[in-house]
Design a protein around this ligand. Sequence first.
Ligand code: OAD
Ligand code: ZN
Length: 326
Amino acid sequence: MEYIRILKYLVQKNVSSVFSGKSQQKLNSVDMDGIVNFLAETNEVIVMTGAGISTNANIPDFRSESFGLYNRLQKYNLPHTTAVFTLKYFKENPAPFYDIAHEMYPVLQNAKPTITHYFIKLLDQKGKLLKHYTQNIDCLEELAGLEGKKTVQAHGHIKTGTCLGCQKSFDFKFLKDKVIKNEIPRCNECSETIKPDVVLFGESLPKEFWNFTSDFSKCKLLIIIGTSLAVQPFAGLAGQVDLNCPRVLINRDQIGDSEMLGSFLTNLFHLNPEFGSTSNTHRDVFLEGDCDKICLQLAEKLGWKEELLKLMDENNRNIEEKKSKI
Ligand code: OAD
Ligand code: ZN
């Protein structure tokens, strides 16, 4: 049902775009300076993020060759790479998922937000952030001080878990205590496996994700950071802004095609429009490299660098103090 809804919307949008006239360039120059000048004057900014914004906090991403999670799963003999994050497989065999969780929980617990998280927080403080859509489940944006209502956690989060049998809810501490001891968390009512409230392949995205139209129709600048945009329906959000809305991708790698729907559909419906392709050269800017370095550069050009570093410094000190009291 959800895919039908999104596809219907995309068909309408695509048809209307054909009749909407020629493209209009809103950036003075289609490069970093163009983005900086535009951002200085623009308030309705949407930021879309993925695992790449947390790699500098030592949390691995999924698809990077050297440290991505998917390249480290050979030992589990999985039927396919993403099986470990698939609901059907998790129900049959939650052990590989929890083995990875056992490795990841201490990292997640000690992780501090990165410069990029604080850059997003600063955008909010400046009154510029309309919404932050993230695929990340680490909640680092919240730790950076971004209010919950400003973030859509499209792939859920690790703060709670739910029993696959009776649906009883469990808090992070309950799950963490089991996972750290290398046990699979089981429900204390019905003994079924508990699943953290992250969205696995085969599950619906949270309700709030599906309100994207009201945000994306208002968006004046889209900033996409640290994601391969390989997973739908999240990747399709990049095609939801106005056809002339400037979009900037801050990433180590250029992004490719959708894994799930194939290139025909992605091209037809602008599900994952390629940055820099001829139809988008008037509005797409690719800033290649480490997102923290680039966000710091952007902040410097905007005259926000000191403020950004102070925000990060103070907040990270508070986080350390809080942790030392637990
Ligand atoms: P990916 O691992 O697919 O992509 C992360 C991107 O960030 C890659 O293009 C990296 O090159 C880039 N990157 C890594 N570190 C960076 C850095 N410091 N600076 C700039 N770029 C950096 O991760 P996601 O796109 O988030 O879903 O993955 C999407 C979804 O696939 C996840 O939410 C997860 C996964 O399967 C589910 O499991 C449902
Ligand atoms: Zn139960």
